[in-house]
Design a protein around this ligand. Structure first.
Ligand code: C2E
Ligand code: MG
Ligand code: MG
Ligand code: MG
Length: 287
């Protein structure tokens, strides 16, 4: 990277790729410290039934506030962690933390299924199924209150290996969903074979609703397919009433999105759910 350039002395030549590599390495180093120093937190985004308007679950989303850089988006650091392999350690922390939170809520009388995002590398660890079982055991959480969000890439990479693992997880009693559905390459045959319970329609297909005819067509098709396969269908990234009404009309089961709430710190999540219990949601059927 260092090149002599006449009397000006040395000049640094860093091709853009190397700069990126450097900043990825710095980010990776910072992540390792962050995990040690307890700088990661989980926030929980409510998931609601479209018919009753009730909160039926929570998606755990990781949050990281670095003292120097401020809030860093998982969209930025998760891909770096996936590349370096550190995602396995982060994922293990997320699993334990989310399962403990759900167990604590249960002890407080709040029966709240929690969904955890799982990366491909984490899912492929030989000890993954055992790690899930151990997290449930340690927290004393019924397996049915844990959902694992898997991506299509996890399932196509090694379909036979994935199927075995999914069956072992299903035997534990955990729920499984396919996240960002429609953005990957899962074949319909896999959907039929895999012991999953839910499809999560990717936000990119929700954004254009209700006007965009292709988005509307895709969303309708996914909902119909979900029905045929007896899977629950949830839409992510719902921001407007019009999107929610479209989804309800199309027969979608559930939604999550800023229309109702972003991912919230545990206390704020609890408050939100309790408020809902007190005041009937706008879309509740008339009494
Ligand atoms: P995802 O699993 O598809 O999560 C949904 C993302 O959409 C979240 O972004 C959420 O905050 C955001 N979102 C929710 N509602 C709305 C909405 O109405 N409008 C818009 N524009 N966005 C909405 P976030 O938290 O930044 O996470 C981004 C991605 O990072 C996640 O996508 C997931 O792939 C990954 N991620 C987050 N937490 C974890 C984790 O604990 N483990 C792993 N492996 N990945 C994670
Ligand atoms: Mg997710
Ligand atoms: Mg998603
Ligand atoms: Mg998504």
């Amino acid at each position: 990277w260092v090149k002599e350039s006449g009397r000006a002395g040395f000049r640094f030549h860093q091709p853009r790729k190397d700069v990126d590599l450097l900043s990825r390495m710095r980010l990776d180093h910072a992540m390792r410290q962050a995990l040690q120093q307890g700088q990661f937190r989980l926030h929980y985004q409510p998931q609601l039934a479209l018919d009753s308007g009730r909160v039926i679950g929570a998606e755990a989303l990781i949050r990281w506030r670095d003292p120097l850089r401020g809030e860093i988006s998982p969209a930025e650091f998760i891909p770096v962690a996936e590349e370096s392999g550190f995602i396995v350690a982060i994922g293990q922390w997320v699993l334990r933390e989310a399962v403990e939170q759900a167990a604590q809520w249960l002890r407080q009388g709040l029966h709240m299924p929690v969904a955890v995002n799982v990366s491909a590398l984490q899912f492929q660890q030989p000890a993954f199924v055992e790690a899930v079982a151990e997290a449930l055991r340690a927290a004393g959480l019924p397996a049915a209150l844990l959902e694992l969000e898997l991506t299509e890439s996890i399932l196509v990479r090694d379909a036979d290996g994935a199927l075995k693992r999914l069956e072992a997880l299903a035997a534990l009693g955990v729920q499984m969903s396919i996240d960002d559905f429609g953005t990957g390459y899962s074949s319909l045959g896999y959907l039929k074979r895999f012991p999953i319970q839910r499809l999560k329609i990717d936000r990119s297909f929700i954004q254009g609703l209700p006007e965009d005819a292709s988005d509307a067509g895709i969303v309708n098709a996914v909902i119909q397919m979900g029905r045929a396969l007896r899977l629950q269908v949830i839409a992510e990234g719902v921001e407007t009433e019009a999107q929610r009404e479209f989804l309800r009309g199309a027969g979608c089961d559930e939604f999550q999105g800023w229309l109702y709430a972003p991912a919230l710190a545990p206390l704020a999540f609890e408050q939100q759910v309790r408020q809902q219990g007190a005041a009937a949601p706008a879309e509740a059927p008339p009494r």
